[in-house]
Write a protein that binds this ligand. Sequence first.
Ligand code: FMN
Length: 336
Amino acid sequence: MTTKIDAPTFRRALGSFTTGVTVVTTHGEDGNDYGLTANSFNSVSMDPPMVLWSLGKKSSSLPAFQTTGHFAVHILAADQEHISNQFAKSGADKFAGCTVERGHGQVPLLDGCSARFECRVVHRYEGGDHVIFVGEVLNFNSFERPPLVFHGGNYGMVMKKTDDTDCSRSDIGDGWLGFLLARAYYQMLQPVRSNLASHGLRDIDYNILTVLSMGDGRTVAEVDRLVSITGLRVTDDDIRKLAERDLVVLDDDGGRENMVRFTDAGRSYAIQLLAIGKAAESDAEQDLDYRETQVVKLLLKRIIRTTGAMLPEHWQKEQFWRGDHLWMEPDRSDAS
Ligand SMILES: Cc1cc2nc3c(=O)[nH]c(=O)nc-3n(C[C@H](O)[C@H](O)[C@H](O)COP(=O)(O)O)c2cc1C
């Protein structure tokens, strides 16, 4: 007698088991290549080296895998989500755009993965609506690329869990997000502040220069309105002091509608401050790998989006960020 279970609930429960993602390939007796995305892969034995995976009986690849003597398992890398999607689509040309080498039994081998196992089929077992394949590993490669992860129906990536993530044994404030954000911000700002201090400048001066660096030529009132997100307010006197230092010029017709602009010296000092901030960012990222940096930025962006909902219009980035800003956009060409 089979137990009656609710299929979606069962699938959800199984989805709480986090796996990698593989593509299993074979060369059919008909001379065609076959492959599919599978997360049912697992290790079985060290001696002899054996692995297993299971194939749904509805798969169009079933006849090929039932008769083949060999298959290859590719553990996908974190940047191969598109390969996973491509090999999960029935009817599509799954190998389109893939560079293929040939392995044991002419099996197609894909590149760019984390690890690859070439296998000889040693057992096929009935497993309900799946067939379980056990293969002896004839050859394998480990390419040391970070793996793609599958959990609860979504792709993910691996992040090392260290003692730092245990908020229960925290020092004062360590479990409070606001404290962590502020502390990280002030620590990263320290080199900028030291430089400002060495020029006899203050936080408010930095804020004014920063606002101009996002688009030059604004009224004093606008500079004040934008800076006020920090809790500080800009007065005519603050602008005048920066003008005396030859960092800004103020169109002088005596009202608050006067325009504030960089002088050449002011623009080049703002660029210097940006470079110091960028160097501090590189230092801060030293202990993070590429994926961790991406995760930190992603999570901060989500917090900014959530908490930004109640901000007035003029603090929305698109309202004050202009084409003549001095900020270099991050280079995305190395995304992997
Ligand atoms: C992350 C992920 C894991 C999957 N794991 C398996 C699996 O272990 N076994 C399986 O038969 N299908 C699995 N599938 C579904 C197959 O990839 C899909 O049904 C198959 O590629 C359909 O094409 P086919 O009919 O040509 O085989 C998985 C799909 C995804 C997205």
